[in-house]
Write a new protein. Structure first.
Length: 94
């Protein structure tokens, strides 16, 4: 499934840089969920975007949720997989 995500990089306490891109959106696999769970991570989604669109951003906004990138995997076809977890305690302000 395709969706629109916003890559977010905090610049300081008051300012962030946001870039909106289209991504393929996947559920995480059971093996990913188990492996991440061993590190106290609760995976939410896997996103796949073009590598040139990603510059090490640590946060993603998707469907009104704040997600944190906990792992990336560059692919040979020029795309990159972003594995994310939902973080509690922080709400996005609109």
């Amino acid at each position: 499934m395709y969706g629109e995500i916003t890559l977010i990089e905090p610049i300081n306490d008051e300012k962030v840089e946001e870039i909106t891109v289209y991504a393929e959106v996947y559920s995480v696999t059971q093996s990913e969920y188990v492996a991440a769970g061993k590190q106290d991570i609760k995976p939410a989604y896997k996103f796949e975007i073009w590598q040139f669109e990603y510059d090490g951003q640590t946060d993603i906004k998707y469907n009104g949720k704040r997600l944190t990138v906990y792992r990336t995997y560059p692919k040979e076809d020029g795309r990159i997989e972003l594995y994310t977890e939902e973080r509690g305690g922080k709400r996005w302000q609109t």
